[in-house]
Design a protein around this ligand. Structure first.
Ligand code: PSU
Ligand code: MN
Length: 303
């Protein structure tokens, strides 16, 4: 049922490691033209790490792994492309729409394609407000056995509540060379991760153990944003307060909340959040490639 891009199809045949990537960050999360730069840098980082990038999306109704060419251009231009979370996958398919997949929907497509490693910037989580706004990313992480590399969750969210929910859902959270759960733009949140790992091979071994037990949940690998691009925690907190105020005033609701807050934080940080965003996306893609290579070296999980 999944349509594969030509490069991804060739990688599957050859047994080359593949890293799944989301498309909502390109079509909704980042402004034009930064989204184009992000796509270039993420894909280059995956390739430099010895793997093949596979952007997931719904393309004119077809669930796709390996968005490329004219289709990719349409997504980067935001030409009639809607944001697609888990609940939106089937409608987008049946209605033949272009849909940019969030972490939740991307995990679904990655798993359907048999991929085991996925990279993103930050996952969605429990929002500070409005009450009961909780990203579908969390539930999908709970039931999709894919290693997900990110820089934690953004400080626009309630980070302690997000970590608690990941615990409830049984999602293993691993700090990559850190003991602190990163806050996306910033490395400092004061929140501890349950476990630390220092190598892609260690992550691969934990994933194999999880799969051997028959567990269906994701492994969430978090690494801090690169030090030269990371923002100070106080600056981020100030920008988030400003963004939340703007969202409240504008009465933003539902799927529009996250893109609205991201844009508002960018304005409030004078664009510095954008620089951090691109740098961490690239770093996460590179780590995901190293993990995919380590997984390939240890052989199939057999589950
Ligand atoms: N975090 C980012 N950039 C993004 C997103 C999150 O730094 O673009 C996107 C991802 O696609 C994520 C989605 O899965 O926002 C979460 O949206 P929501 O809160 O509506 O579930
Ligand atoms: Mn939401």
């Amino acid at each position: 049922m999944i349509r594969f891009g030509a490069e991804v199809a060739a990688a599957r045949d050859a047994g080359t490691p593949i890293v799944a990537l989301e498309s909502s960050v390109l079509a909704q999360g980042l402004p034009i033209p930064a989204n184009r730069e992000a796509e270039r840098r993420i894909c280059a980082a995956v390739r430099a790490g010895g793997a093949v990038p596979a952007i997931t999306a719904v393309v004119r109704g077809h669930p796709t792994v390996g968005l490329a060419g004219d289709d990719l251009a349409r997504f980067l231009a935001r030409d009639g492309v809607t944001k697609v979370a888990s609940r939106d996958l089937a409608p987008a398919m049946a209605q033949g729409r272009d849909g940019a997949t969030t972490v939740a929907a991307s995990l679904t497509l990655a798993a359907a394609a048999g991929l085991e490693v996925f990279a993103t910037g930050g996952i969605g989580g429990v929002h500070r407000e409005p009450a009961f706004d909780e990203s579908a990313d969390l539930l999908e992480l709970a039931r999709t056995p894919v290693i997900t590399v990110c820089a934690g969750a953004k400080s626009i969210l309630d980070l302690p509540a997000t970590l608690e929910r990941l615990d409830t859902y049984g999602v293993t959270v691993l700090g990559y060379r850190t003991e602190e759960f990163p806050g996306f733009f910033t490395a400092q949140t004061g929140l501890r991760v349950p476990a630390r790992v220092d190598s892609p091979a260690a992550i691969a071994a934990i994933f194999r153990a999880s799969r051997a037990l028959g567990r269906r949940s994701a492994l969430l690998v978090v690494q801090p944003p690169p030090a030269d691009a990371a923002l100070d925690a106080a600056l981020v907190e100030h920008a988030v307060a400003q963004a939340l105020h703007e969202a409240r005033t504008a009465g933003v609701q539902g799927a529009a909340v996250t893109p609205f807050l991201l844009a508002a934080v960018e304005r409030a940080t004078g664009g510095r959040s954008l620089t951090a965003n691109l740098a961490l996306l690239e770093a996460n893609a590179g780590l995901a490639a190293a993990i995919a290579v380590a997984l390939a070296e240890t052989g199939p999980s057999g589950v």
